[in-house]
Ligand binder design. Structure first.
Ligand code: NI
Length: 204
């Protein structure tokens, strides 16, 4: 039997599904959920992103996918293949924060400097229905927090380090370092303090 998968349409900034709190998943092993995961994987691969949350494909459920590409792994962590996270809870957040560049498949063409806790602990259920707790740092912690925010109706413009540190990816690639440096000089205290350019900007 031919297995049919589909590339799903991605909701863009302004669509109400992105601002709604997503619903918990009762049965992480339900066949419909497996189909959704397969379609989300195909959609993410097609879009070339590093993360995708269900509300971004117009499904208001608490599930997201993410991966950590080799060139983004930091803080002594290894790259991570694609993970499925169901009913996630960020249960710990470090006081220490970092600013780094983020993109989002729902905000195509744009990048921004976003300040987030540098380390977190994530609790959730994996694609096989097993509960897990996972610690994450650096980009790994960032992508998890970005995707978990999607499930609470939060997009990265709500968390900008500074409104001036958002622009077209092309322009930020050219001028982002200067913008981060000028924010650092001007303060406030932690703005862009830990800004690093660990790799190309990627869409989460
Ligand atoms: Ni996103």
């Amino acid at each position: 039997m031919l297995r049919r998968m589909a590339i799903l349409k991605i909701a863009r900034l302004g669509h109400p599904v992105l601002y709604r709190r997503a619903e918990p998943i009762d049965d992480p092993t339900a066949p419909e959920l497996r189909r959704l995961v397969a379609d989300m994987i195909e959609t993410l691969e097609d879009a070339g992103g590093v993360g995708l949350a269900a509300p971004q494909v117009h499904v208001p459920l608490r599930i997201f996918l993410y991966r950590v590409p080799e060139q983004r792994a930091s803080h002594g962590e290894a790259a991570r293949p694609l993970s499925v996270v169901i009913n996630p809870e960020v249960v710990e957040r470090s006081a220490e924060t970092e600013s780094d560049w983020e993109g989002c498949l729902s905000i195509p063409g744009f990048s921004a400097l976003v300040e987030r806790p540098a380390q977190i602990a994530l609790r959730g259920v994996d694609g096989a229905g097993k509960r897990f707790t996972r610690r994450a740092a650096g980009f790994h912690a960032r992508v998890i927090q970005h995707e978990a925010d999607h499930l609470d109706g939060i997009l990265y413009p709500d968390r900008l380090t500074d409104p001036r540190a958002m622009g077209f990816t092309e322009e930020m690639g050219r001028y982002g370092d200067d913008i981060a440096a000028s924010l650092r000089r001007r303060g406030p205290e932690s703005a862009a303090a830990g800004a690093t350019r660990s790799g190309g900007m990627q869409d989460d």
